[in-house]
Design a protein around this ligand. Structure first.
Ligand code: NAD
Length: 268
């Protein structure tokens, strides 16, 4: 039985994660952490998530439950996640990180823990998206150098704070790496005014923020005469939460290292 604690337990993903842990036979709900000073500290996390009392109360500091859990699941914000990663490394815990929007410096800091802790870090935990990454690799290798323009389009709910989404960037990276390009050199994240025609090798990104869209991603390969679109649409956060719980059960048995969902799903 993997004992799981959830950071940001009152958040959109946090509450969904409580549901997902509840539904997983090999996992138990070992704790929930809310923001320091939150009025929700002391509340039953089952009640917070709408599944009824579970006898586990939310705390506002990780050290209060250090002995109670094996794996931490963290879907919060970059600086919060990095502090929790340091805690897990120090206390011999494993961690699953779903937080997106990290800067290059924050990513480098995260990576510096790869020898000190077992972590799964993925901008998208859904099985479907991770399979889609494989399909994109195949498509990019076949079409990328054959005159097909590549564009990534993503849509999310109006509350999302980072753009483009971590998943869109990951999709762009997979495509770019498959055909010897980089997003640093070929990524185009803004087009406005007299920006001129598109260049052959650029990989363009477009972002939609509206309503309650859970997450939609399309990678378009377009040339004269045809267009191929590979699309993934998430209709419920449960898909990410289930993937994260699967990752938590998997990482519980792993040696120190930085893993992603491709490792968890055996898609490498
Ligand atoms: P949210 O704002 O609803 O939830 C974040 C929660 O973190 C909030 O409840 C907030 O109170 C809490 N929090 C902030 N600081 C904290 C602290 N110091 N200690 C404990 N809790 C703290 O956001 P969300 O929609 O749930 O998304 C959270 C993150 O997960 C974002 O980065 C989002 O992009 C990412 N995300 C990733 C995936 C994936 O599959 N990897 C899927 C969905 C969302």
């Amino acid at each position: 039985m993997t004992r799981i604690a959830i950071v940001g337990v009152a958040g959109r993903m946090g509450r969904t994660l409580v549901n997902a842990v509840e539904q997983e036979a090999g996992a138990s709900l070992a704790g929930g952490i809310v923001e320091p000073g939150s009025s929700l500290a002391g509340a039953d996390i089952g009640e917070l998530a709408g599944v009824g009392k579970r006898g586990v109360v939310a705390v506002d500091s990780l050290s209060a439950i250090a002995d109670d859990f094996d794996v931490l699941i963290d879907f919060t914000a970059p600086q919060v996640t990095l502090a929790n990663l340091a805690f897990c490394a120090e206390h011999g815990k494993r961690i699953v990180i779903g937080t997106t929007g990290m800067s290059d410096d924050e990513l480098a800091e995260l990576d510096s823990y790869r020898d000190k802790v077992a972590m799964v870090f993925a901008p998208n935990m859904s099985v479907g998206v991770n399979l889609t990454l494989k399909l994109l690799e195949t498509a990019a290798k076949a079409l990328g150098d054959e005159g097909y323009d590549i564009e990534v389009i993503e849509a999310h709910h109006r509350h999302k704070v980072d753009a483009p989404s971590g998943t869109a960037i990951k999709m762009g990276e997979v495509v770019a790496e498959s055909i010897g390009r980089t997003l640093k050199e070929h990524g185009v994240f803004e087009r406005v005014g007299q920006c001129g025609p598109r260049t052959d090798k650029e990989i363009g990104f477009a972002t939609v923020r509206a309503g309650d869209i859970v997450g939609e991603h399309t990678v378009m390969f377009a040339t004269e005469g045809e267009r191929i679109e590979i699309t993934h649409k998430a209709s419920s956060r449960m898909t990410f939460a289930k993937g994260a719980v699967r990752a938590a059960r998997w990482v519980a048995d792993q040696a120190h290292g930085r893993y992603d969902m491709q490792d968890v799903l055996g898609l490498e």
